[in-house]
Design a protein around this ligand. Structure first.
Ligand code: KG4
Ligand code: ZN
Length: 336
């Protein structure tokens, strides 16, 4: 079983070929970050148009590197949602057309299923079942993963996603979009304890998150101060510690509550070094194992979509055939 995967839900065009027996054969990615930077965020129409431009050359490159052609590909997996609807439709239209031309199934994949399966691309993959912390620019969820396609959301953000909070706070600190990684590197030189921000929702039971108050706390902390490099670094450090501490404590509670022995962290914020260190400590304390994808597969990529498609096709799952693109899509409702 060999699958071509296509990701185009937001501002990355990404393509990969995954083989059930041999693993990942190739992956290619074009980031639109430079194009959107002038606007301080993703411009949906520009994103769609750029996906149209990039997709075909990337598919050609990925197929060539994987030494694959239409005869060796068994299916085409693409991100069907959630995401920017125009961007999703470009990927879906492309995949559906290629599927028709090649007489191969085109399979719509849930973007977050892709993220939470991404650690399975690594040499030491987690076995099912596991607890997943999904932390991306658009989502923050704790997912009880029983098996492929069987996902139960046990906690999620009530407002901003963790990545969104990173990006908005980064903007306050004068960092270019998307600011998550830049804020994290600024925080490296910041001093711990100079700014102490609230740990939202830790004072009450439950597994939900709320991050919108944190950027306001950062704004209030900065008000009336001279924004020199050391203040900016200290605020970045305080903000990062508040987010990481909150995520880690909720993971500890969720592991205890579910009894899972494996914790998977995925999505763009999963690339954060301090978060990984804290989660490793939480897992150690509970005799659990921590799994995460390599940094480039934390953020959006085609490999996770190719892998999810390959696993679904190999398991004989039929959900996702037909035209599927949707901007909003509950992970708990994807079926098999
Ligand atoms: O998963 P992803 O690539 O896209 C979505 O599906 O949303 O996640 C992107 C998010 C952005 O908010 C970005 O700022 C954040 O992940 N991010 C980070 C780091 N690297 C990326 N946040 C904190 N620390 C990082 N090192
Ligand atoms: Zn994503």
């Amino acid at each position: 079983m060999r699958v071509l995967g296509i990701e185009s839900s937001c501002d990355e065009t990404a393509v990969a070929v995954y083989d059930e027996a041999r693993g990942l054969l190739s992956h290619r990615l074009h980031s639109q970050v430079a194009m959107h930077q002038a606007y301080g965020g993703v411009v949906p129409e520009l994103a769609s148009r750029d996906h149209v431009r990039r997709l075909l050359p990337l598919v050609r490159e990925a197929l060539a590197e994987a030494r694959s052609d239409r005869t060796s590909i068994d299916g085409i997996a693409y991100t069907a949602g959630p995401g920017l609807i125009g961007a999703l439709l470009v990927g879906e239209g492309f995949a559906a057309a290629l599927g028709k031309a090649w007489d191969k199934p085109a399979l719509g994949i849930h973007h977050l299923e892709g993220h939470l399966l991404a650690p399975l691309l690594e040499p030491k993959p987690p076995a099912f079942p596991f607890l997943a912390l999904l932390v991306s620019g658009g989502h923050t969820q704790l997912v009880d993963v029983a098996a492929l396609g069987r996902y139960r959301i046990i906690g999620e953000t009530l407002d901003d996603a963790a990545g969104e909070a990173f990006d908005k706070t980064a903007k306050l600190l004068g960092l270019p979009y998307p600011g998550g990684a830049a804020l994290a590197s600024l925080a490296e030189s910041g001093r711990s304890g100079e700014f102490i921000f609230p740990r939202p929702m830790l004072d009450r039971p439950g597994l939900d998150f709320s991050f919108s108050g944190l950027k306001t706390a950062a704004l209030v902390a900065l008000r009336g101060r001279e924004l020199n490099d050391s203040v900016r670094a200290d605020v970045a450090r305080g903000f990062e510690e508040a987010v990481v501490e909150t995520l880690a404590e909720k993971c500890r509670r969720a592991l205890t509550q579910t009894g899972h022995q494996r914790l998977v962290v995925a999505g763009g914020v999963g690339a954060n070094r301090r978060l990984r260190e804290r989660l490793a400590a939480v897992a150690r304390g509970l005799n659990a194992e921590l799994y995460f994808p390599r940094t480039e597969f934390c953020t959006d990529n085609g490999a996770m979509i190719a892998l999810a498609g390959c696993m679904r096709l190999a398991a004989g799952m039929r959900a996702g055939f037909g035209i599927n693109a949707r901007a909003n899509w509950e992970l708990g409702a994807i079926g098999d």
